[in-house]
Design a protein around this ligand. Structure first.
Ligand SMILES: C[S@@+](CC[C@H](N)C(=O)[O-])C[C@H]1O[C@@H](n2cnc3c(N)ncnc32)[C@H](O)[C@@H]1O
Length: 252
């Protein structure tokens, strides 16, 4: 058992006195973690700086996490030998690097709100000249645009919306924030470009800009996800989602 598990077992004890020990030790354990764990420290600092604009706080990701989606997007973009791609909420960069393999001529930008993620991306992919990474609060992000595809995977969600016992209403990331972010990303996407979302608390089709988009036709674009769906008013309307992931911008 590591220290984290020992502390958790104290919290779940049947004995009040042992649970008290947990509440006494927890601040020391968090302080130790803040000092020794650079990722945790950065997540805390990002939370303090960005508040409710810091949506999904976990930076879990992996190489080739969405192979069906990536393959369909690469097929759609095949006539463009040098597409410009944005990975929004890129975490430690595996998504951007994977997209580089599916799209060998692409220039790929990754952005994240957590500066530790951006540092990690730059260190890991320093030798790949087709990849660049910047903080979403940077001028580079504000000024970037002209993308042929924007991927927003597992970013527009907040774990508390999904897992809190009383989650009839989405409070920690709201629909208006989701819609505002997508409007801003829409302005960075070329006509005919792809907007890709997955693992969200809301449906892209509920946003005002969705009228300018059509789902890309490919098997498994419509997917079932075992997670709650919230509507424009932040009310939970389903425990399971049936959502399209890849949309083509028609720009009319
Ligand atoms: C679960 S990771 C997703 C990584 C990758 N896109 C994937 O699907 O595997 C979510 C990332 O979104 C980032 N994030 C959270 N809020 C953000 C925001 N407002 N703008 C940009 N990135 C954000 C987090 O720091 C985290 O690294």
């Amino acid at each position: 058992m590591n220290l984290k598990d020992i502390i958790k077992s104290l919290r779940n004890s049947e004995h009040y006195s042992i649970r008290l020990i947990y509440y006494f030790l927890k601040p020391f354990w968090l302080a130790r973690r803040f000092i020794t764990d650079a990722y945790y420290r950065s997540a805390v600092i990002t939370g303090l700086r960005s508040g409710n604009k810091y949506y999904q706080r976990s930076s879990f990701t992996k190489t080739d996490r969405y192979p069906v989606v990536f393959a369909a997007c690469a097929h759609y973009l095949q006539s463009n030998s040098h597409p410009h791609i944005l990975s929004f909420g890129c975490a430690t960069g595996e998504e951007a690097a994977t997209l580089g393999k599916y799209l060998p001529g692409a220039m790929i930008a990754g952005t994240d709100i957590n500066e530790w993620c951006i540092r990690t991306c730059r260190n890991s992919y320093n030798d790949n000249k087709r990849l660049r990474f910047f903080n979403r609060h940077s001028d580079e992000f504000n000024n970037c645009g002209g993308f042929d595809a924007i991927f927003c995977m597992a970013v527009f969600q907040n774990t508390a919306n999904r897992l809190n016992k009383n989650n009839e209403t989405a409070k920690y990331l709201t629909f208006s924030q989701f819609e505002e972010e997508l409007k801003a990303l829409d302005a960075k996407l070329n006509n005919g470009g792809l907007l890709v979302t997955d693992n969200c608390d809301f449906s892209f089709t509920d946003t005002a800009i969705a009228v300018h988009y059509k789902p890309l036709v490919f098997p498994d674009n419509l997917i079932e996800r075992d997670r709650p769906l919230f509507d424009r008013n932040n009310r939970k309307i389903a425990e399971t989602q049936h959502i399209y992931r890849v949309f083509v911008k028609d720009g009319k």
